[in-house]
Design a protein around this ligand. Sequence first.
Ligand code: RAT
Ligand code: ZN
Length: 414
Amino acid sequence: MQSPPAFSVSEAVARAFEVQPIVDIHTHLYPIQMGPLCLMGPNELLTYHYLKVETCRQLPSGTSIAQFNAMPKPRQADVVWRTLFAGNGSPLSEAQLGVVTVMSSLGLNPRSDSLAEFRALFSQTDPEAYVDLVFSKSGVSRVYMTNDPLDDLEGPAWREGFERDSRFDAALRLDSALAGWPGSTAKLKALGYSVEDDLSSRTIAELRRYLDDWIARMDARYLAISLPPDFAYPCESAIATLLGAAAYPTARDHGIPAALMVGVRRGVNPELRDGGDGLGKWNVAFLENIAREWPDVNFLVTLLSRENQHELCVAARKFPNITPFGCWWFLNNPSIIREVTAERLELLGSGFVPQHSDARVLDQLLYKWTHSINAIAPVFVRKYEALRNAGWPLTEQDVRNDVARMFGGGPLGS
Ligand code: RAT
Ligand code: ZN
C-alpha cells in the first residue's frame, strides 16, 4: 500500500480549523430582529458579568457595589474600562484578554484611555453589517440561542413574530418553566395552559402541551435546563418529577436532544446580581440513572465543576446517549480547556462537542472561539502525532473530518 504524502500535523490542524464553519451549540445571543435581546457593542461587552465581577473586586475607593449596580450601563462600562484596562495592572484574566482580542480584531487600540474609539466604530456601523462582520471574522456560521417563552422580553417577540435570521437556531430553555415549581404557574396560565400547583396528571398534560407548542413555534432543536449540584434523579422533588414526566418524554417523542447543564449554585453572592452564581460538584450517578431510564433520548451534558469532568467521560463511555459538550462558564479558560479536551479525546475519541461559547454579547464570538481553538488545536496536534507515530497513515482529510464532526454541531448536525 502506498503511504499518504507526509504533511505537517500542526499545519493540517490549523487549516482544518480555518476552513470549518463553527456551529456554536449554546449561546445567549439573539438576532437583531429580537430587539432588546440582541446585545452587541462596547457598552454590552464591557458590562459582561464576568468583567463586572472582576471590577467589583477592585472598585475605585468611595464606590460601593450597590452604587456601581445603580449606574447606567455606559457609565458602568467606563468604570470597568478604567478599572480593568486603564489601571490596576495588565489585563491578564481570560475575560480581560477577551476584550483585548475583540478590540484588536476590530482594528482598535486596546491600550486606549477610553472607549471612545470603540464607541465611534460601533455607532458608525450599520447593525446588520456589524452582525455580518462578527460572524465572518469569528468563523462562526450558526449559533443556538437560549429561548424562554416565559421571559418578559422574549415572550412578546415570539408572540408578535419576527423574521428569523437563519444563523440563529432555537433551544427551548426550561429553567423558568420547570425549576422552582410552582413559581411559573401564573405565567403558564397567562399563556393559556391550565396548570395547577400540584403535579396532577392534568398539570403534566398541560406542561407537555406547552413544550409541544413551543418546540413547534420556535422550531427548537433541543431542550435545555441548568440545575444545581444537589439535583437528584430519580427523586420526589418537583423538578425531577417534571423532567421525568414532561420534559424527557417530550424530547423522546420529538426526537430532539435534552441538554443538562449541572452544577450551578445561583445567587451565592446576590449583590453581584447576574455575576453572583457559584458552582458545586454533582453526583454523576444521577446522570447514569437518567441515561439508563431514557435510552431513546440523547443527552447533551455539560457540568460546571472541574472535579466532575473525568466522571462525565466515564459515564459517556457507559451510555451512548450521553454526549459531553463544552467547557462551561468557569471552565472556559485555556488551562482547563486543554486539560478537559485531552481527557475527553483519550476517553471518548471524537465523540463529544469540545466547546460552545456561551456568548451573551455578539462581539464575544470574536474572542471566545479564537481563544478556545488556540487552546484546543495543540491538544489535537499532539494526539494526531501520537496516532501517526503509532503507525496510522493519517491524512489531512481525516483531520478535517474530525474537526467537522466535533465543531460542526455534533449530534445537532450542521
Ligand atoms: O455562562 C454564563 O454566562 C452564565 O451566566 C449562564 O448563562 C449559563 O451559561 C447558563 O446558561 O445558565
Ligand atoms: Zn449559558
